[in-house]
Design a protein around this ligand. Structure first.
Ligand SMILES: [Zn+2]
Length: 355
């Protein structure tokens, strides 16, 4: 391939997405802005429950069709590896459809799609008041069945006051460990619950969000080698004001990854370059830190450091070709088509037409 002297980086890694879901929540977004309260929207069946309903209503090919443009948009910004979480099905058949759709998306695009089971995302409507029963279903039935079908690369839980407690998250982690699967955790997004330290104790691949993380939690991550995944898109959409402790993470040498967190509620974005820009402007990360966050640290957050995220002999040929004069441009512009081509394992998965 003659690249004419263009800049080349490792292909980018989007290590935290909820990219497979039905419908979208643009109407709710508009209603909120027009003054309808969250409680009222929730009473009308909105919020995550509306996404669960729309997701359950779709067949596997329909889920693939809705998610495909989102995945292609990521490829058009240099991404060759994407993690996709389940968690909008919340019953065995629907979670299976979502994970199978994610695998199918990898086949169709040639991108590397890594799947994470997030049955512990929310308690579905039909289990209202029976959360223990739902967790038992997640740990004893859903996870073992989906893992046996080869659909689960890692297991995640939404550890939050409005999600699952520390004890409940531990149950999920134990079920994952029993099956030999690595874990990840949504932690410290809205409060300091201790999910990151819990993840560190369980040698989690990553702890994600982390706005409320304290120094003890940072030290725990440093000791366990767990990657801190920062998600500025959700911070932006929710208009959060508490920034994750980037300085502490930096000082303790915790690897920081970045991801779009693409999801219909809090981060309706498939622009990893916007994520780079937000990490620099909102979290004051440096350009080299941001670039490492979507390459080698993103790969590490998925346990893929031995094959992608760096350009080196022995790695797979995953790289992106850029129309820039310096790499700082990748974090500087938003909305400019900077990527000329994305290559995964030596195969082109995106190429900008020349006209
Ligand atoms: Zn998430």
């Amino acid at each position: 391939m003659d690249l004419g002297g263009a800049w080349v980086t490792p292909a980018l890694v989007d290590c935290h997405t909820h990219l497979v879901f039905g419908g979208n929540r643009a109407d709710e977004f508009a209603q909120r802005l027009a003054g309808v309260s969250y409680e009222e929207i929730s009473r009308r069946g909105g919020g995550i429950r509306s996404t669960v309903r729309s997701t359950r209503a779709l067949s596997e090919p329909e889920l693939v069709a809705q998610a495909l443009p989102r995945l292609r948009a990521l490829a058009a910004e240099g991404v060759a590896t994407v993690e996709v979480k389940s968690g909008y099905g919340l019953d065995l058949a629907s979670e299976r459809r979502c994970l199978r759709a994610a695998r199918q998306l990898g086949e169709e695009t040639g991108m590397r799609v890594v799947t994470t089971f997030l049955g512990a995302h929310a308690v579905p409507e039909e289990f209202e008041g029976r959360r223990e029963d739902y967790l038992t279903l997640v740990c004893r039935e859903m996870l073992p069945a989906l893992a046996a079908e080869g659909l689960v690369d890692a297991v995640d839980a939404f550890c939050e006051t409005i999600g699952f407690s520390i004890d409940e998250t531990q149950r999920v982690f134990q079920a994952a460990r029993d099956l030999g699967l690595p874990v990840k955790v949504h932690a410290e997004q809205l409060s300091l619950l201790g999910g990151a330290a819990l993840g560190a104790r369980w040698n989690a691949l990553s702890a994600d969000h982390l706005e409320w993380l304290d120094e003890a939690g940072v030290e725990a991550l440093a000791r366990s080698g767990t990657v801190a995944v920062l998600l500025p898109g959700a911070f932006f959409t929710l208009r959060e004001t508490r920034v994750p402790p980037v300085d502490l993470l930096r000082r303790h040498g915790v690897p920081m990854a970045l991801a779009t967190d693409c999801n219909p509620g809090t981060s309706p974005s498939v622009s990893i370059l916007t994520t780079l820009n937000q990490a620099c402007t909102l979290f004051r990360m440096t350009v080299p830190e941001a670039l490492a966050g979507v390459t080698r640290h993103g790969a590490r957050a998925l346990g893929l450091s031995d094959r992608t995220g760096t350009l080196a002999v022995g790695m797979e040929a995953d790289f992106a070709v850029w129309e820039v004069t310096s790499l700082a441009e990748l974090a500087y512009w938003t909305g400019v088509p900077l990527c000329r081509a994305t290559v995964r394992g030596g195969q082109i998965v995106f190429q900008r037409s020349s006209q």
